[in-house]
Design a protein around this ligand. Structure first.
Ligand code: ADP
Length: 437
C-alpha cells in the first residue's frame, strides 16, 4: 500500500509541473521522496518508470503551472513529516506530522524563524534556500528522546525549500543500548579480572615468601574467577536468547512437570542456607508450546533469586495456576501481597483473549523499594548495588527471564513490599489439551 502511495507521490509530483525550472525540482523531489518512502518500507530506492522520465524531458505535454494548492494534498498524504518554505521564508505547507514535530500552530504562513527553533537546522535551511544544494542534518526536536534526520532540497520555486524528516530515534536508541551494554559488560568483567591480577602481583612480589597468606589470596581469586564464569555464562545465555527471540518456540510440553522438576532440583541449594522450597498447586497439567531449557531457566533464575535474597530459615513458594484469559492472568498471579507496589516488566504480545497459565515465585525476604521495581529486567540493573549489599550477582538474571518470556509471547511482573517479601510472576498462552498425544 505504501509502495502504491509512493507511485502516486512520484506521479503526482511529475504531473504537477513540466515547465523548465520545475522539471528539475520535480525530478529531484521525486527521487528524494521515493527514496524516503523506500527507506520507510525497508526496500530499495524506487526509480520512476523510464518512459515517464522521458515524457518529462520531452516537449509533448502542455506546461502545467505549479501551484501550492496542488502540492498541499500531496504533502499532506506523505507518511512522514514534510514541509515546504516559500522564497519569502514563510511556511507554504506543513503536513500534520511536521506540525507535530515542530509544534506549529498553523500549517501555512508562519515565518521560518518561528517555525524552526533549532539554530543549526535553521542555518542549513537558509543555506539550501540560497544555494539550492541538497543537505541533510540530524537534530532532536522538542521531545528529548526523539531524533530526526532532515533531508532538505531545493523546492518548486527558486528560493523555496522542501524538507522531509526521517525518524532516526530507534536507530539511535539501539546504538546507545549497544554502547551501554558493551561498557557495562566490559566494566563487569574487568572488576574481577583486576582483582585476580592484583593478587597475582602481590603473590609474586611483596607476599612472595609469605606462603601462609596465599590460601586467603587463592580463595579470593577463586571467587572472582567464579564471578567471571557466571557473568560470561549469563552474557552467552542472553545473546543466545536474543538471537532466537524472533523465532517462536515449537515444542509442546507440560509446564507443571517442568516447574516441579526445577523446584525439586533447587532444594539442595536452598537447604544449604536453611531455606525450604514449597510447591503449591503443581498437581494439574498445563500444556504450553515452549522451549523447555528456556522455561527451566526462567524458574531457576526466579527461584534462585528468591533463595539468594531470603533470610536463612525462610521459605520460597513456587505456585502455578491457570487463568481464563491472558488479560486476567496478572490479576490472578501478581496481586497477592496486600499493600505491595507492583510493576509490569513485560507486556505480553499474545492476544489478551487466549487462555493463560502462570508461574509465581514468592519469598519472604526484605523486599524491594518501589522506585526500583520498574527498572528490574534492565540488563545489569542491581538493587543491591545502591543498597551497598554484598550478595553476589550479575544483574542479568531478570533480563534473561524477560527476553525468554518475550519469545514465548508472555508477560512478566513483580510485586514487593519492604519488610514482607517479593513475588515475581510470569504468564503465557496455554492449551486446553495436549496438541499431540
Ligand atoms: P542478580 O544476578 O544481581 O541477582 P538479577 O537480574 O537476577 O541479578 O536481579 C536484579 C536485581 O533485582 C538484584 O540485584 C536484586 O537487587 C533484585 N532482586 C531480584 N530478585 C529479588 C528478590 N527475590 N528479592 C529481592 N531483590 C531481588
Amino acid at each position: 500500500m505504501v509502495l502504491t502511495l509512493s507511485g502516486v507521490v512520484v506521479l503526482g509530483l511529475m504531473t504537477l509541473s513540466t515547465s523548465a525550472g520545475a522539471v528539475e525540482w520535480v525530478l529531484g523531489a521525486a527521487v528524494l521522496i521515493s527514496g524516503a518512502l523506500a527507506y520507510y518500507v525497508g526496500s530499495q530506492t524506487l526509480t520512476p518508470p523510464r518512459e515517464t522520465l522521458n515524457d518529462l524531458t520531452g516537449a509533448q505535454r502542455p506546461p502545467t503551472p505549479l501551484s501550492d494548492s496542488g502540492l498541499t494534498p500531496l504533502i499532506q498524504s506523505l507518511p512522514f513529516p514534510a514541509l515546504i518554505i516559500n522564497p519569502d521564508q514563510r511556511l507554504s505547507i506543513a503536513n500534520a506530522r511536521a506540525m507535530d514535530v515542530f509544534r506549529l500552530s498553523r500549517d501555512t504562513g508562519l515565518l521560518i524563524t518561528a517555525a524552526i527553533r533549532q539554530p543549526d537546522l535553521l542555518t542549513a535551511f537558509i543555506r539550501v534556500a540560497k544555494t539550492g544544494a541538497r543537505e541533510q542534518l540530524e537534530f532532536s526536536a522538542y521531545d528529548e528522546g526523539q531524533s530526526w534526520m532532515a533531508h532538505m532540497h531545493a523546492g518548486p520555486k527558486a528560493g523555496s525549500v522542501l524538507m522531509i524528516l526521517e525518524d532516526t530515534t530507534a536507530v539511535r536508541r539501539a546504538e546507545q543500548a549497544r554502547a551501554d551494554f558493551l561498557a557495562n559488560a566490559s566494566h563487569e568483567l574487568r572488576t574481577p579480572l583486576t582483582a585476580i591480577a592484583g593478587f597475582i602481583e602481590t603473590m609474586r612480589g611483596p607476599a612472595r615468601e609469605d606462603k601462609d597468606s596465599w590460601d586467603g589470596f587463592l580463595e579470593i581469586m577463586f571467587q572472582q574467577s567464579e564471578r567471571m564464569k557466571r557473568l560470561v555464562a549469563d552474557l552467552l545465555s542472553l545473546s543466545r536468547i536474543e538471537f532466537s527471540e524472533h523465532r517462536s518456540p515449537s515444542t509442546q510440553l507440560d509446564l507443571t512437570v517442568l516447574v516441579s522438576g526445577t523446584g525439586l532440583s533447587l532444594q539442595p541449594i536452598a537447604a544449604e542456607t536453611g531455606i525450604r522450597i514449597l510447591l503449591n498447586q503443581t498437581d494439574t497439567s498445563h500444556f504450553v508450546v515452549a522451549d523447555a531449557d528456556e522455561m527451566q531457566q526462567v524458574v531457576q533464575n526466579l527461584a534462585g533469586n528468591a533463595i539468594k535474597y531470603s533470610p536463612s530459615g525462610g521459605t520460597v513458594t513456587l505456585s502455578m495456576g491457570q487463568s481464563r484469559t491472558m488479560a486476567e492472568a496478572p490479576g490472578d498471579c501478581g496481586r497477592q501481597i496486600e499493600g505491595a507496589s507492583r510493576a509490569t516488566l513485560l507486556v505480553p504480545r499474545a492476544s489478551a483473549e487466549v487462555p493463560a497459565v502462570w508461574i509465581r515465585v514468592e519469598d519472604h525476604g526484605e523486599g524491594i523499594p518501589a522506585r526500583h521495581l520498574p527498572r528490574l529486567g534492565e540488563r545489569f540493573y542491581r538493587v543491591d548495588e545502591s543498597r551497598g549489599g554484598s550478595i553476589e550477582g550479575t544483574g542479568l538474571g531478570l533480563a534473561i527471564v524477560k527476553h525468554i518470556m518475550a519469545r514465548h509471547r508472555g508477560g512478566f511482573m513483580v510485586e514487593s513490599l519492604e519488610g514482607t517479601g517479593t513475588a515475581f510472576a510470569v504468564w503465557m498462552p496455554r492449551f486446553q489439551v495436549p496438541l499431540t498425544q
